[in-house]
Structure formats: structure tokens, C-alpha cells
Design a protein around this ligand. Structure first.
Ligand code: PMP
Length: 364
């Protein structure tokens, strides 16, 4: 087999090797089934067991309390940008509050405006989205249908370390790029959603954890595929589920439980990994310019610039020689972004930290 490199792509992103190996073993013939995972029915006993285990794993990892549904939907996080206001805002006469901390929060907002009234409760644009707000800065409407925020802005590399306090209004979170990176107090949320292709599995499935009263509120006239109620009643099998993607979510959550030992352990490891890179940035005496303010730094996407753009090609080439790939930042932030999701091994992060230190010494 060709060697694997360390890939720091923002997503689709690295998956745990044990999960890939198990998927590979089952790709031609699943033991006891006679055909592959790609060929079985979504109504077969084998897949029923798989989706039930994936759900049970998620419930265990996040200690999901009674009164919440765990759904496996399609259409990515983008469809959730629309489904949330279709199900919770349209026809209520209320408005929804949006906390805009970066590119993804900004992209969620117009989908709400298509369904009703949306207000911006905070906007980080003035400082190019380099921090998240304090609770005291949020201009919230106590009667809003919900408050939407993005727990981790994948492009800017800013992250909430705890959820904003929004009182009794349902809190809706786009957790696409940091889901399962730490334990979550689910009871503080109305909805948490995450596309799979960063911390959970391959593209094609989106996990939505949603409180029962919000499921019940879905308007009757929604297309079935866009209704949380229909999807919950059908146990995520109203139509053909994305079987392979759900299967890999099961394998990744098995890995989190059995090999990592749960989300407290995963969180500790994530803090350690991110610390390796932020320590190099902070110790570089200004050579590396971190995009996020220290208190808002992401444990998942580490964003930084070099002192001179002329050095960028040299950085990319030097990194590639050490098997460190996909580090280029988004054009709106510039510089570099190291995405170090759950499945990025600490060895990869250490190798990047060593390279950054060496590069700083040679080019300062
Ligand atoms: N929200 C966040 C925080 C993301 O990082 C992404 C994907 N990069 C999305 C939403 C969009 O996800 P999808 O492409 O699955 O719709």
C-alpha cells in the first residue's frame, strides 16, 4: 500500500485508520451477509443494526437525555441552514436571532430570511471574524423563535469554548466542524446539527440532534423530506438512507468509544494537539500571525499567516517534503489553516509544529 500522508484539509477530512480498515474489510463481502455494505437494503436487518448502533453510540458519547431525537439526514449542513427556519420559523410570526461569527454563520442567515424575519444578534465582521462574542455583547430578542450560532467557524478558526447563554429561547447550533470534539450539555440545546465530513464520517449524511417539542412543531405543509417530524417518525428511514455514510459514522463512533475512551479523553487530546501549534505561533515573536484572538482560538482549525506572502510557496513546499498537506488557508483569511480534527493523529500535529519552528528559524 502507498504511504498515508498527514492531510490537514478542512473537510472532507481525515478519518480514523481503524475505521477505514474495517470498512475496507467489509467492502466486498460483509461477514455473514454474503454481499458488501454498498449493496444491502436500508431495510435489511444488517443495516437496521448498523443505524441503531450508530444512534446508540452518539447517544452514549453525548449523554443525550430523554426527549431528543437523533436523526441521520441528507443535504449537508446547507440543507439544515434551510430546514431549521422552515421547521421553526415559518408561519410563527416571530423572528430568529443569528450570531454571525464567520463565513458559515453568515451563510446560514439568508436561508432564514427566505422563511421569515431574521435578526443579527452579533456580527464579527468589523474585525474580520477573529473572535466570538461574550454573552453581554449579544443583542437577543427574548421572544425569538430560536437563536442560531456556529460553534466553530471552519474558515476563520474561531470557536465557542462553551455555549452562549440565550435564556429560554431554543438554541440551535451548527456544529459541523467541531461535533464530538468535546462533551456537550445537550439539554442546553434545541438543535445541534453537523455534516459528517469533518469529525464523523464521509460526506453524505448529516446528524441532527433535536428536542421533541421542536420536532412536533414542524408545519404540516412542508415537503416530507424537509420535515423533522416526518424524518423522526420514519426513524431516518423515510426514504433510502445514505447507507455507507451511516455505516462509517458507526465505525467512527465505535472508535471514539472503544479506542479513544469517550469525549472527555478526546477533548483533552484535542487541547494538547492544538496547544502544540498555538505554542509555536506564540513563541515565534510575531513571525506567525495567528488570525483568532487567543480566547476564541479553535481547537479544530488553526489559522495563521506568515510575515511575507513571498514565503508562502516555500512553506507549502517544505511542508509537502515532510508529508504535511492541504495547509493553504481560505482566501478571506489568507495564509494557512491546519485542520486538526479528532482523527488527525498527534504525530501529524507534532511534525507540523516541528516544521513550523524550523521554518521560522530559517526565514525570520
Ligand atoms: N457549516 C460549517 C461550520 C462548515 O464547516 C461547513 C462545511 N465546510 C458547512 C456548514 C457546509 O456543509 P455542507 O457542505 O455539508 O453543506
Amino acid at each position: 500500500m502507498e504511504k498515508r500522508v498527514f492531510d490537514f484539509s478542512p473537510g472532507p477530512a481525515v478519518l480514523p485508520v481503524p475505521a477505514l480498515e474495517e470498512a475496507q474489510r467489509n467492502l466486498v463481502v460483509m461477514p455473514g451477509v454474503g454481499i458488501s455494505i454498498l449493496e444491502i437494503s436500508h431495510r435489511s436487518p444488517t443495516f437496521t443494526q448498523i443505524i441503531e448502533k450508530a444512534e446508540a453510540n452518539l447517544r452514549r458519547l453525548l449523554s443525550v437525555p430523554e426527549g431528543y431525537q437523533v436523526l441521520f439526514l441528507q443535504g449537508g449542513a446547507h440543507l439544515q441552514f434551510a430546514m431549521v427556519p422552515m421547521n421553526l420559523l415559518r408561519g410563527t410570526g416571530k423572528s430568529a436571532d443569528y450570531v454571525v461569527t464567520g463565513s458559515w454563520g453568515k451563510k446560514a442567515l439568508p436561508e432564514a430570511e427566505r422563511q421569515g424575519k431574521a435578526r443579527v444578534a452579533w456580527d464579527g465582521k468589523a474585525t474580520n471574524f477573529n473572535r466570538v462574542p461574550k454573552d453581554s455583547e449579544l443583542k437577543l430578542d427574548g421572544n425569538a423563535a430560536y437563536v442560531h450560532f456556529t460553534s466553530n467557524e471552519t474558515i476563520q478558526g474561531v470557536q465557542f469554548s462553551t455555549e452562549p447563554n440565550v435564556g429560554k429561547v431554543p438554541l440551535v447550533c451548527d456544529a459541523s466542524s467541531d461535533f464530538l470534539h468535546r462533551p456537550l450539555p445537550i439539554d442546553k440545546y434545541g438543535i445541534v446539527y453537523a455534516c459528517a465530513q469533518k469529525n464523523l464520517g464521509p460526506a453524505g449524511v448529516t446528524v441532527v440532534v433535536v428536542r421533541d417539542d421542536l420536532v412536533a412543531a414542524s408545519p404540516d405543509d412542508l415537503p416530507a423530506m424537509l420535515s423533522y417530524r416526518v424524518m423522526a417518525e420514519g426513524k431516518s428511514l423515510y426514504n433510502t438512507a445514505p447507507i455507507f455514510a451511516v455505516y462509517v459514522v458507526k465505525l467512527v463512533t465505535d472508535w471514539l468509544l472503544d479506542e479513544i475512551g469517550g469525549l472527555d479523553k478526546m477533548h483533552a487530546l484535542n487541547k494538547k494537539k492544538a496547544g502544540l501549534l498555538y505554542d509555536v505561533i506564540d513563541g515565534s515573536e510575531g513571525f506567525y500571525d495567528g488570525h483568532a484572538e487567543p480566547a476564541s482560538r479553535s481547537l479544530m482549525n488553526v489559522t495563521f499567516r506568515l510575515p511575507k506572502p513571498e514565503l508562502e510557496k516555500k512553506f507549502v513546499d517544505g511542508a509537502a517534503q515532510r508529508d504535511l498537506h492541504s495547509l493553504k488557508g481560505h482566501r478571506s483569511v489568507g495564509g494557512f489553516r491546519a485542520s486538526i480534527y479528532n482523527a488527525m493523529p498527534i504525530e501529524g500535529v507534532q511534525r507540523l509544529a516541528d516544521f513550523m519552528q524550523e521554518f521560522c528559524k530559517q526565514n525570520r
